[in-house]
Design a protein around this ligand. Structure first.
Ligand code: NI
Ligand code: MN
Length: 226
């Protein structure tokens, strides 16, 4: 599986020859100014909730690529109103198989409203299963015991967890989340984009290391094989 970082919580993951794009927020992010959204490819776009820092570029990339956009029902309805035609609504607890890739919506403890203030349903995380491996994309979430369900029933090869604190889990809570999901390879997200979520990256890596875990903090634009 090839992971590409586009900044904040936006990642591309190539799995089984398909390109999954998570929470597209690129063009308003000054740290991702070198990424041209017209070059970002996707077969599927997965959106965890309606907040602008997760959905801002979804309509532009969705329309250009024709990617299938997967989101909760309320976010899906809003995207349809913005002109997305190839959408697929899901909701927590449900799963669906697309091109041999199983996508399951799991609990995220957060909030969700659309950029125009309209109702955005409940936030979700995604569990992805394929013959190439499994991974968990947590979205914006607090630490929650529900994460234990993932670790109890699935083997996770790597996980994307928020670590920026203030709006989501902190570094310390992400280490506990890593225990809950029984996965020691964590890709950090939702940090250092703006003032309230600045972290000490060195300290974060050290804390994970002390817990016997690997924290990967990717450079924006970097690609990495997992
Ligand atoms: Ni959010
Ligand atoms: Mn967010």
């Amino acid at each position: 599986m090839k992971v590409t970082y586009y900044g904040h919580s936006c990642f591309g993951v190539e799995v089984c020859g398909k390109r999954l794009l998570f929470d597209p927020f690129i063009s308003p992010n000054p740290k991702a100014a070198h990424i041209n959204i017209d070059t970002v490819e996707a077969d599927y776009i997965l959106v965890t909730h309606g907040h602008a820092d997760h959905i801002h570029d979804c309509v532009a990339i969705g329309k250009r690529t024709g990617a299938k956009v997967i989101a909760n029902y309320e976010v899906y309805l809003w995207l349809m109103k913005q002109g997305i035609e190839n959408g697929h609504p899901m909701n927590m607890g449900g799963s669906c198989v697309f091109d041999d890739i199983k996508i399951k919506c799991v609990v995220a403890v957060h909030s969700s409203s659309m950029p125009d203030g309209s109702y955005g349903g409940n936030p979700v995380g995604f569990l992805i299963e394929s013959k190439e491996g499994n991974f968990y994309y947590a979205g914006d979430t607090a630490l929650t015991y529900d994460m234990k369900l993932i670790g109890d029933y699935k083997t996770i090869d790597f996980a994307f967890l928020p670590i920026g604190n203030n709006f989501t889990m902190s570094i310390d809570n992400a280490i506990i989340a890593s225990d809950f999901i029984r996965c020691d390879r964590i890709i950090g997200m939702h940090y250092d984009t703006f003032g309230a979520i600045m972290i000490d990256q060195h300290e974060a890596m050290q804390k994970f290391g002390n817990a016997g875990k690997d924290l990967f903090l990717m450079t924006i634009g970097e690609e990495k094989m997992y």
